[in-house]
Design a protein around this ligand. Structure first.
Ligand SMILES: [Zn+2]
Length: 428
């Protein structure tokens, strides 16, 4: 029997680029959206037999997508603590942590999260359990383990590959074992004490080999890239999503390359910036912001004006830009996705409507799932959230997720995670 649900709210943000719809309704039938528009235009057949839910003062949005998480990580107080904790845990402890972290994403209004690296088979185990309906959770796209050079960035969970044939073998094996995306560390990173964040790890040619091999099997490639030279390598190689994209020059200053970004735009590449961890310190009303400021004062001089300017230039380049969290690394918990959105609005000065697109339509495009997700449109999967308030008027209300529906099922409501009901024959 088909299950019909109609959600009515004061506004709907469709993620299509259209204005907010006032006095809106979204109709769902089983796992699909069947109607999005003014509630007054609902047809009798859409209402017939449907459960109608009124959400006064709320806004309906597409379920959000976070393009960069580490679901098995601990979001501890510093990089050493996170690395130490995840290194000590058994695989079984890691699986439980990953499942719990995945459920926290539902609280944040995320219905799709992409995991860019953990210990072998941990995240895919949880992904598969969610897909079978054994536990409630968001849709997970997993790289399984990231590819890195010997001793390179996140080598403690990585697949170490240096030569071209090793890279081809790594890509093909990971895809054979079920990876949804290939993650490669094109440069060093801050989290790995043994690596140098300003060091290029792979040449454009090596990255090109990875892209070639992954694309043969219709699998996108994400690359961690901090310094300008590694970003240029990623753009030349046609990496699908460039993660962090900080444009650091060899002297530690910023070295934004407008010409390279224009090439990224013409190739249809996506830039995935991660803001929450380091920017949290500047959102002074947030818990932990003072601790974060202290930690940053010791370790670096982040958020100087040039950093903001660099991110604004990426935005103004017109590239498909997505706001990701890097949840799991220091100071970046999984139920706080709104912090990334607030950072983009309050610290980078990007308009709220554009920022909301960077968490819905743009990531769906960049992650290759736009045909099914990322906007509220008839025919797409029924991944819908409701937040209390109007986020276009005030981005802070994205902290107030009231309802998360995934594939037509309520998985989070009023602070509580709902487990899917199952029968002996499967999910009912
Ligand atoms: Zn990361």
């Amino acid at each position: 029997m088909s299950q019909k649900r109609v959600l009515k709210a004061d506004w709907a943000f469709t993620g299509t680029g259209a204005d907010l719809i006032p006095q809106a309704a979204v109709a769902l039938e089983n796992d699909r959206i069947t109607f999005v528009g003014p509630a007054a235009e609902l047809s009798r057949s859409q209402l017939e037999g449907a459960t109608v839910e009124e959400l006064p003062g709320h806004t309906l949005l597409p379920g959000m997508l976070d393009g960069h998480t580490h679901l098995s990580f601990t979001a501890g107080r510093n990089h050493e603590e996170v690395v130490d904790e995840i290194s000590r845990e058994t695989d079984m402890q890691q699986v439980v942590r990953t499942a719990a972290n995945a459920q926290k994403c539902l609280r944040a209004g995320l219905t799709t999260v992409r995991d860019l690296g953990g210990r072998r088979d941990v995240v895919p185990t949880v992904r598969d359990a969610i897909n079978r309906g054994q536990i409630a959770g968001p849709r997970i796209l997993s790289c399984n383990v990231p590819i890195t050079v010997t001793g390179g960035h996140i080598h403690f969970v990585g697949w170490e590959a240096n030569e071209e044939w090793e890279l081809r073998k790594a890509v093909r094996t990971l895809i054979k074992q079920g990876a949804d995306v290939i993650k490669i560390c094109a440069s060093g990173g801050n989290m790995t004490a043994e690596s140098n964040p300003l060091m290029v790890q792979y040449s454009a040619q090596q990255l090109g080999v990875v892209v070639e091999e992954a694309h043969k099997l219709d699998t996108p490639v994400a690359a961690h890239a901090i310094p300008a030279d590694s970003i240029r390598n990623c753009i030349a190689a046609g990496i699908d999503t460039i993660e962090h994209c900080v444009w650091l020059g060899p002297d530690g200053g910023y070295d934004y390359d407008a010409e390279a970004m224009a090439t990224a735009v013409s190739k249809g590449l996506t830039v995935s910036i991660t803001l929450a961890g380091v920017f949290r310190g500047y959102l002074t009303d947030l818990p932990g912001s003072e601790l974060m400021r202290e930690a940053m004062a010791i370790t670096s001089k982040l958020l100087e004006e040039e950093r903001v300017e660099m991110f604004r230039r990426i935005w103004q380049s017109g590239v498909n830009l997505i706001i990701s969290s890097d949840a799991g690394v220091r100071y970046t918990p999984f139920d706080d996705f709104f912090v990334s959105l607030r950072s983009a609005v309050e610290l980078l000065g990007i308009p709220t409507k554009d920022v909301l697109l960077m968490a819905t339509r743009n990531p769906a495009q960049g992650l290759g799932v736009i045909d099914e997700r990322g906007t509220l449109e008839a025919g797409k999967v029924a991944d819908v959230i409701a937040v209390a308030g109007n986020p276009v008027a005030d981005i802070k209300v994205m902290a107030n997720v009231k309802l998360t529906i995934l594939g037509g099922k309520v998985l989070f409501r009023d602070g509580m995670i709902h487990a899917p009901r199952t029968t002996a024959l499967g999910v009912s």
